[in-house]
Design a protein around this ligand. Structure first.
Ligand SMILES: [Ca+2]
Ligand SMILES: [Ca+2]
Length: 280
């Protein structure tokens, strides 16, 4: 009787220990599967975002290059759903293409315009900060009167390579950058702005009041039939404006099973060259 009791307790212990072992193994496997799925979805989100860039190139290739305006196919938001078969899963991408020539090129634009833009966008101490930016860029190694650089390390004396670099300019804060980042570029080949895609704020800064009425009449008047300029229309300033573009900003938001990936890149339409790439 005593012996039977001993065996029951022994097998009970064996059962408990085996159960703990199996539970541990099962839980570990569950974590591994979850980790693998997470990695798989991360790669899928990355490849989805990258395929969005290819899709943007195709859309831009099909577009007529004579005029670029907000009625073009590229200007609409593209949403695509993708179904993966193994394991069955869904992903989606949201693609946005914007004309980079709608923005002011901070490396190439006239210094007066840079100052006016900073003022219009309500940058504190805009005059000092505009001068700091211009001195950072221009080849002159001497600080301007309005600046008080401590040393040469405060200036680059050559073009800004990526817009985020502005935050390295003396007196220029990340708050200032947030205010201007949607209106500036360093990627366009010249200082010309596409009059058909420029935001109202940019046109406000660029146009003299006598020209503003005509341009706003075309672009923003609800009663106007024509919302864009063609190549044969007279531009307010042919040195400053153009009607077509070659450099575009592509933003892709990819999502797979709550894993998100955002890619922003700048591409040249004629050569498909990628001038900038940022992943978040
Ligand atoms: Ca076009
Ligand atoms: Ca300088």
């Amino acid at each position: 009787m005593r012996r039977n009791g001993f065996f029951i307790i022994f097998f009970l212990w064996v059962f408990i220990l085996l159960s703990i072992f199996c539970f541990g193994l099962g839980f570990r496997t569950y974590l591994e599967v979850k980790k693998t799925k997470l990695l798989l979805n991360r790669s899928r989100a990355y490849f989805l975002a990258s395929s969005g860039v290819r899709l943007a190139s195709v859309i831009l290739d099909k577009d007529d290059t004579d005029i670029d305006a907000l009625f073009d196919n590229w200007a609409g938001l593209v949403e695509k759903k993708v179904i993966f078969m193994h394991p069955k899963n869904e992903g989606k991408i949201l693609l946005r293409i914007e004309d980079e020539s709608a923005r002011v090129n901070i490396n190439k634009m006239d210094s007066t315009i840079i100052g006016k833009l900073f003022k219009y966008l309500e940058i504190n101490d805009w005059e000092v900060k505009a001068n700091c930016v211009l001195d950072y860029i221009d080849s002159n190694n001497q600080a301007d009167q309005l600046n008080s650089f401590d040393s040469d390390k405060d200036v680059k004396n050559s073009s800004i390579s990526v817009p985020e670099e502005l935050m390295m300019v003396k007196n220029f804060s990340s708050e200032d950058y947030k205010k201007i980042k949607d209106y500036i570029t360093v990627f366009t080949p010249d200082n010309k702005i596409n009059i058909n895609t420029a935001k109202k704020e940019v046109l406000e800064v660029l146009l003299d009041s006598d020209k503003k009425e005509d341009v706003f009449g075309v672009r923003f008047n609800e009663n106007s039939q024509k919302k864009f300029y063609t190549g044969d229309m007279i531009l307010p300033d042919s040195q400053m404006f153009k009607v077509s573009s070659n450099v575009f900003r592509v933003t892709i938001d990819a999502e797979v099973d709550e894993i998100k990936k955002k890619v922003t890149c700048i591409i040249k339409r004629d050569s498909n060259e990628i001038l900038y790439w940022n992943e978040e």
